[in-house]
Ligand binder design. Structure first.
Ligand SMILES: Nc1nc2c(ncn2[C@@H]2O[C@H](COP(=O)(O)OP(=O)(O)O)[C@@H](O)[C@H]2O)c(=O)[nH]1
Ligand SMILES: [Mg+2]
Length: 288
C-alpha cells in the first residue's frame, strides 16, 4: 500500500454510528431517499456505505451545484449513475425548473406505491423523503427551496442538524434533513483533499497548503486554461512545483511576508476562490 495515498483519519467515527441509529428510528416512515453528492466531486462526496444506512429504500441520486460543475463531466457522471440503476438528476438549487423536475421524478418513483394503495382503497400518501449527504453538499438549501422558506440553516461550513423534524411542503412531500453528520471514506488522501477543497471537511483535517496545492494541481491537469486565467500560472505537463507557483502568486496576490511568499494567506485565497465561485466549471473526480 502506498503511504502517500493514505491518511490516518478514522473514517467511521462514533457520530456516524449515531446518525445511523437516528435514521433507523425514522426508517419505517421513509418512502424515498434523496442522496446528495456534489457534482464537482461525485465520487469523493458519495457516502460509500450508504446501503448500511438506508438499506434498499427507493433512492434518487441528486448531483447538486450543477451550475458550478464542468457540464461535460457532469453528463458522463449522470449516465454512469443512471446505468447503476439509481435514478439520477443534476440540479442547481436556485433553478426552479430543476426543483420541479426533482419533485416530478419523486412522484413518478412513487407511482407504484400509490397505485397499490389505491387498489386497497387507501388515499394517496404524502411522500416522506429523507435527505442525506455529507456536510456542505446542499441539503439545507434544497430543503429550504422545496419548503419555500428558510427552515434549515445553510452555510459554507460543515454543520449539524441536531433535532429531527419532518418538514411539510406544498408538493405532497415531507422532508427530513440528515439527523447528524455523515462522511464518506476519509482514509484515502485524494478523497480527503477533494473534500477539503470543497469545504466538506474542516481544514484541521488536511493542511491548508496541501488543499490549495491540490486545487492548483487539479486545475493544471484538467483545466489548464483556468490555472492560467485566474492565477497567471503557466500550465505544465510535468508536476507543478509548489515553491515556484507560490513565488509567482505571492507578489501577484500582494501576499508577502518578510520578502517571502505568505504561504498560508495564498493558500486561503485559492481555497476561497472555490468557495466564492470564482473558479467554477470544474469536476475534480475526473476519472469515472
Ligand atoms: N452555486 C450553488 N451553490 C449551492 C447549491 N446548493 C447549495 N449551495 C451552497 O452550498 C453551501 C452549503 O449548502 P448547505 O445547504 O448549507 O449544505 P448542507 O451542509 O448539506 O446542509 C451554501 O453556501 C449554499 O448556498 C447549488 O446548487 N449551487
Ligand atoms: Mg445543513
Amino acid at each position: 500500500m502506498n503511504n502517500e495515498n493514505k491518511t490516518n483519519i478514522n473514517w467511521y467515527p462514533g457520530h456516524m454510528e449515531k446518525t445511523r441509529k437516528l435514521i433507523l428510528k425514522e426508517y419505517k416512515n421513509i418512502d424515498v431517499v434523496y442522496e446528495l453528492v456534489d457534482a464537482r466531486i461525485p465520487r469523493s462526496s458519495k457516502i460509500s456505505n450508504i446501503y448500511e444506512i438506508i438499506g434498499n429504500k427507493p433512492k434518487i441520486l441528486i448531483m447538486t451545484k450543477k451550475d458550478l460543475a464542468d457540464p461535460i463531466l457532469l453528463e458522463k457522471w449522470l449516465v454512469y449513475f443512471n446505468n447503476l440503476g439509481s435514478k439520477a438528476i443534476a440540479i442547481d438549487v436556485n433553478n426552479d425548473e430543476d426543483i420541479k423536475k426533482l419533485i416530478s421524478l419523486t412522484h413518478e418513483l412513487m407511482d407504484e406505491l400509490q397505485a397499490k394503495r389505491e387498489e386497497k382503497g387507501l388515499k394517496k400518501k404524502v411522500i416522506q423523503a429523507l435527505v442525506v449527504g455529507i456536510p456542505n453538499v446542499g441539503k439545507s438549501s434544497l430543503i429550504n427551496r422545496i419548503v419555500g422558506k428558510k427552515v434549515a440553516q445553510t452555510g459554507n461550513k460543515p454543520g449539524i442538524t441536531h433535532h429531527l423534524s419532518w418538514l411539510k411542503t406544498n408538493h405532497d412531500l415531507i422532508l427530513l434533513d440528515t439527523p447528524g453528520i455523515l462522511y464518506p471514506r476519509l482514509d484515502n488522501a485524494e478523497v480527503a483533499r477533494n473534500l477539503a477543497a470543497f469545504s466538506a471537511i474542516k481544514y484541521e483535517v488536511v493542511d491548508v497548503n496541501e488543499i490549495a496545492f491540490h486545487i492548483l494541481k487539479k486545475l493544471n491537469r484538467y483545466y489548464p486554461e483556468k490555472l492560467k486565467e485566474r492565477y497567471g500560472l503557466e500550465p505544465t505537463n510535468m508536476e507543478l512545483d509548489f515553491m515556484a507557483c507560490y513565488e509567482i502568486l505571492g507578489p501577484k496576490m500582494g501576499a508577502m511576508r518578510g520578502g517571502e511568499p505568505d504561504y498560508e494567506r495564498i493558500s486561503n485565497r485559492i481555497i476561497n476562490d472555490l468557495k466564492d465561485e470564482y473558479v467554477k466549471g470544474i469536476v475534480f473526480d475526473n476519472e469515472i
